[in-house]
Design a binder for this molecule. Structure first.
Ligand SMILES: Cc1ncc(C[n+]2csc(CCOP(=O)(O)OP(=O)(O)O)c2C)c(N)n1
Ligand SMILES: [Mg+2]
Length: 375
């Protein structure tokens, strides 16, 4: 067994895993009550991969994840209030209510999202790492993706370039045994995922993703090696998702016995039991950690429910458009002007249709004109 961290750190790891679990259980309930729209992918069962890996990072390192990323935002310190408000699509969400479940983002805490495209985050991780090197910093990037994503073209393309350009990235493949309803052995010719980067110049290793200590040990070693050598590594974290792929999953591709078998290794009680056995916690302190997590989640729901929906007029904010000033490229209509217009429109008369419909048509016409000229 890897050594335990300092007692305060050990308690914090248990508290973080518990918060993620309680948060997501509550999110599932809110989804069933139609408080949350769109998709909702839970990482229940995978908490040790999230906390064990994120706690191997320095504050200035970057973390980038997938659509299964509520836990990644929480572990980096995004307040549960803002994560829940994002799920509710409210203005106080960490992506201002525009992203929803799949697009959590927190630049301040160097959590770089949240991506809906399977494998879409890998090239972005390489770009972030390239920027870190260009600025001659010690920062590294931890890029988390699923077993299914390891079959995407972006996996090969990104690992090849990362090895060639010696980019400081730890690629962590969270092997939860499935890509949607397809088992690993049915979607990947190579099931020993730690070896999948070898031919691309990225050596691999594996950790027990049901064990926060082992995940932390292996990712810490990898992170420090990458920081030192400026060469990428791949880590396979072997885990299991206890819930369906998303909330709309009848789970006909696996048996209840299989799920039960993995649940016996539930990383949260396993780590809690260990801390009690080792005298780091007593049962009362353990129960308190759980009660605190539930109270934090209650507060997050209350906060999210009280937060307003984005104003319809704000649809124009933070949108990239092609326009006349920057030919053949994308430019940003800054939000200040639009926000000002939105306020003016609100004062002029609430409930009116946004005054921008003609503008959209004009912008589209202009953009198409530019595209025609360019081609
Ligand atoms: C490019 C692309 N293809 C397909 C999908 C649909 N899709 C969403 S999740 C998923 C499975 C991905 O599995 P994995 O990478 O193992 O991640 P997990 O869901 O298990 O966390 C698929 C195929 C998508 N979002 N993007
Ligand atoms: Mg998977």
């Amino acid at each position: 067994m890897p050594a335990l961290p300092e007692p305060a750190a050990a308690r914090e790891w248990l508290a973080s895993m518990t918060l993620i679990r309680r948060f997501e259980e509550r999110a599932a309930e809110m989804y069933a009550r139609a408080k949350i729209g769109g998709f909702l992918h839970l990482s229940i069962g995978e908490e040790a991969t999230i906390v064990g890996s994120a706690r191997a990072l320095r504050d200035e390192d970057y973390l980038i994840s997938t659509y299964r990323s509520h836990g990644h935002a929480l572990v980096r310190g995004t307040p549960p209030e803002n994560v829940m408000a994002e799920l509710f699509g409210r203005v106080d969400g960490c992506s201002r209510g525009r992203g929803g479940s799949m697009h959590m983002f927190d630049l301040e805490r160097r959590f770089m999202g949240g991506y809906g495209i399977v494998g879409g985050n890998l090239p972005i991780a390489a770009g972030i790492a390239l920027a870190s090197d260009y600025k001659q910093t010690e920062e590294i990037t931890l890029c988390v993706f699923g077993d299914g994503a390891s079959n995407q073209g972006t996996f090969g393309e990104t690992l090849n370039l990362a090895a060639l350009w010696r980019l400081p990235v730890v690629f962590m493949v969270t092997n939860n045994q499935f890509g949607m309803g397809t088992a690993l052995r049915r979607h990947s010719a190579v099931t020993d995922l730690q070896r999948k980067g070898e031919s691309l110049g990225v050596p691999g290793t594996r950790c027990d993703g049901m064990d926060v200590l082992d995940t932390h040990r292996v990712i810490s070693e990898s992170v420090e090696r990458v920081r030192e050598d400026r060469r990428p590594l791949l880590v396979e974290a072997v885990t299991y998702r206890f819930r369906g792929h998303s909330m709309a999953d009848p789970e006909q591709y696996r048996s209840k016995e299989e799920v039960e078998h993995w649940r016996e290794r539930d990383p949260i009680p396993a780590f809690g039991d260990l801390l009690v056995r080792e005298g780091v916690l007593d049962e009362a302190a353990r129960a308190q950690i759980d009660a605190d997590a539930i109270a934090r989640v209650d507060a997050a729901v209350e906060f999210a429910d009280a937060s307003p929906l984005p104003a319809p007029q704000s649809l124009y904010e933070d949108v990239y458009v092609l326009d006349r000033e920057v030919r053949g490229s994308y430019s940003l209509h800054t939000t200040e002007l639009r926000a000002g217009e939105a306020e003016a429109a609100e004062q002029d008369g609430a409930g009116e249709a946004p005054a921008h419909e003609d503008e959209i048509a004009q912008q589209m016409t202009d953009a198409l004109g530019i595209a025609d000229e360019a081609s």
